[in-house]
Design a protein around this ligand. Structure first.
Ligand SMILES: [Zn+2]
Ligand SMILES: [Zn+2]
Length: 275
């Protein structure tokens, strides 16, 4: 097992985007390509970069026991997009769903104490963040949908691209392609989480603040909708899954029961707009 210090050899290099948390390999672009895309934004004050060293001076990762065998992880104080990642603990091995733009020794020690990480799977490029470092520390693969490979800014031999409509993991878990938000957007189906199965959705599906509606958008910060054909594909892909819980990328996005019905009603409402 390698320690973090031997992996992050460029800790003073300002190669992490301050707005989205993506870590870049050299050469650094003038502006973050993820933020310049119409799904994100470069702040009015201009592009800012930060380093691992700067983050490490003020940040830690908070673990919350969201459900039996599921932890959510977030950076405190909040940084960049401020998404949470989820560590789903399963008999065949733990999966890290989505990723964070920071990692520290305390978090590595905690995760190792509960069995480490067998694989990292990420919903879409906004959460690629520090994935190459995480995978190196835990000596594990990163599963990404190949339709999003142009957005990989820190290439790693750990990355395994998959294609098509779904990708089986272990213990009946699987990655399901939804597209929509990004061409390669995915969700994670975990049939053993909760009473009737759960979906971990990143923002491929976006749980609204009311917890009564699920949104599907090309861009959430820029409020750009998706065309009908994308909503129909998401609906086809998600409707065939059995689930009752849905867990998104942000703090409030925890639907413990009734998520399938919520999804069906939300799609129905979208499709009424296109009539
Ligand atoms: Zn960025
Ligand atoms: Zn996103």
């Amino acid at each position: 097992m390698r320690n973090l210090a031997s992996i992050i050899t460029d800790e003073d290099n300002k190669n992490i985007c301050h707005t989205c948390g993506t870590k870049y390999a050299e050469p650094l672009p003038g502006v973050c390509l993820i933020c310049a895309d119409d799904r994100q934004y470069v702040p009015a004050t201009g592009q800012q970069w930060t380093s691992y060293h700067i983050l490490n001076k003020k940040s830690s990762i908070r673990f919350s026991n969201l459900l039996p065998n599921v932890f959510d992880l977030r950076i405190v104080p909040a940084f960049a997009i401020a998404q949470k990642a989820h560590l789903i603990c399963s008999p065949g091995g733990n999966v890290l769903w989505d990723c964070l733009p920071f990692i520290d020794e305390a978090s590595v020690a905690f995760i190792r104490s509960i069995g480490g990480i067998r694989a990292i799977a990420i919903s879409h490029p906004h959460y690629y963040s520090l994935m190459a470092v995480w995978a190196e520390v835990f000596d594990c693969p990163i599963y990404l949908h190949e339709a999003d490979q142009e957005w990989i800014m820190d290439k790693s031999p750990r990355i395994q691209l998959w294609n098509g409509a779904s990708h089986k993991l272990w213990d009946n878990m699987s990655l399901i392609h939804t597209a929509g938000h990004f061409a390669g957007s995915t969700v994670l189906h975990a049939p053993a989480v909760g009473d009737k199965g759960s979906l971990f959705v990143g923002d491929s599906l976006y749980v609204a603040h009311s917890l009564k509606f699920i949104s599907m958008m090309h861009s959430y910060p820029n409020a750009i909708p998706l065309p009908e054909r994308d909503i129909l594909y998401i609906s086809e892909q998600v409707n065939k899954l059995n689930f009752d819980g849905m867990y998104g990328a942000f703090e409030w996005q925890n639907v413990h029961t009734g998520a399938k019905e919520l999804f069906v009603q939300s799609v129905k409402r979208y499709l009424e707009i296109f009539k």
